[in-house]
Ligand binder design. Structure first.
Ligand code: AMP
Ligand code: MG
Length: 411
């Protein structure tokens, strides 16, 4: 059986990121947040666009004011008032200053700004009461970014800071990767949709809903194929459709060794190469990962049917794969933090064990609180309001309260 880290490496290796022209689309900047930039962005503007003032004060020639002090102020004639958005008209001559405001363009001839707190004004004269540093409070053109250099690289996620940069650079439209398409279906004769009255023995297909939400949250587009009966023809039809119409396929149920578990045979008949059959993870051991080297680029994940197993294997294996597939060049790995455990955590030590609960930040230190109630993989009720999974490595049977534990952040 593969270890979790071996399985993770195999999966990430199988994921071909979106890269080609056909995987790109143009979007308006207002619709670009959370998308992945597909081509590098370069601006023809310098930042700042021109020399400007960092303070409200007076633009001066340093030469004129370098010996100023309270007792012997330099007196300058004010020749212009320069507000933000205004183009200065004058060139400062010796003995002259311009009233200037934050962000306003420096007038020709001036090289320094004296903040207004270090001045006294009398009509059209200003008294400079202290010597500034040369070039003080001037933001120079191109000091932050030079036109023509790369502003943003391809393969990054556009979060609000990048949106701000793109707006400032006047990129009203940009090229992003299309969202990966993820087909989802549930297999099981016992499954029904949430709107149907339950007959004895039936179970609601919660996995479809949970996985659709997770896929959307990860920036991909779910393609919901519904519930498929545990019979070979129906499953074959669903899988053939899914691999032809999606980049990634998620099925739940039918991958364990039960009598009705046909999925592996069907995958084989569709030309699949099966890379993973089971992983030493709890919950979630029976997980199938396959691709179709000769037919499609789709990657197939057969996740366990147990609701918690389906979600844990999604967080641990599928979410990083979707992030890589979406064109991100880095940062698709799951995020683990160190926390002190509030509770005793137990495992049988045979598989890497994930226990769900809540991460709290207490005086700047993470503390993990295990969810109360059963940690059976069939119990999804106590998953509600959790935001993290504590990890017990293989061989570790217990972690005592107050002892450090690795925790996977899921929200
Ligand atoms: P299986 O992997 O098909 O053997 O299913 C394992 C357990 O998970 C069984 O108790 C199923 O009833 C339950 N299960 C399977 N699929 C789903 C689903 N889509 N939603 C909720 N529970 C499921
Ligand atoms: Mg089943």
């Amino acid at each position: 059986m593969l270890s979790v880290s071996e399985a993770e490496a195999i999966i990430l290796n199988l994921v071909p990121p979106l890269v080609g022209q056909r995987d790109m689309e143009i979007v308006d900047l207002l619709a670009a947040d959370h998308r992945i930039l597909a081509t590098p962005v370069t601006s023809q503007l310098d930042f700042p666009h021109w020399d400007n003032s960092a303070m409200d004060g007076y633009a001066v020639r340093y030469e004129d004011v370098q010996h100023s002090n309270d007792a012997q102020p330099t007196i300058l004639e004010i020749v212009e008032e320069i507000a933000a958005g205004y183009q200065p008209q004058s060139t400062l001559q010796p003995g002259q200053a311009a009233r200037i405001f934050t962000g306003a363009v420096m007038p020709a001839g001036a090289d320094t700004v004296v903040m207004q707190e270090k001045t006294r004004r009398e009509e059209n004269r200003v008294f400079i009461l202290a010597a500034p540093q040369p070039q003080e409070f001037v933001r120079h053109q191109a000091a932050f970014y030079q036109a023509g250099k790369q502003l943003l690289p391809a393969g990054i996620k556009l979060n609000p800071p990048e949106i701000a940069v793109l707006a400032a650079a006047q990129c009203a439209q940009l090229s992003v990767y299309r969202r990966p398409r993820v087909a989802i279906f549930s297999s099981g004769n016992e499954l029904v949709t949430p709107d149907k009255p339950l007959q004895p023995g039936q179970i609601v297909d919660s996995n479809q809903y949970a996985l659709a939400a997770l896929v959307r949250e990860t920036g991909a587009e779910p393609l919901l194929l519904g519930i498929v009966k545990d019979n070979p023809e129906a499953l074959r039809e669903a899988i053939a459709y899914a691999i032809a119409n999606a980049d990634l396929v998620l099925s739940t149920g039918g991958v364990s060794v039960g009598d009705y578990d046909y999925i592996e045979q069907i995958l084989a008949s569709l030309g699949a190469k099966i890379h993973i059959r089971s992983v030493a993870i709890s919950p979630g051991k029976p997980i199938t990962v396959a691709n179709f080297p000769l037919h499609h680029s789709a990657l197939y994940f057969g996740l366990p049917g147990n609701p918690v197993s389906a979600l844990v294997t999604f967080w641990r294996f599928v979410q990083p794969a979707i992030k890589k597939l979406s064109g991100l060049t880095a940062g698709w790995e799951p995020v683990f933090v160190k926390a002190r455990s509030h509770d005793e955590l137990r495992s049988n030590g045979k598989r890497e064990t994930y226990l769900w609960g809540r991460l709290h930040l207490i005086d700047g230190v993470y503390e993990f609180h295990k969810a109360g109630g059963s940690h059976s993989s069939g119990n999804l009720i106590n998953l509600a309001q959790t935001n993290a999974l504590a990890v017990l490595p293989v061989g570790k049977t217990a972690i005592s309260p107050q002892v450090e534990v690795q925790v996977l952040q899921i929200i």
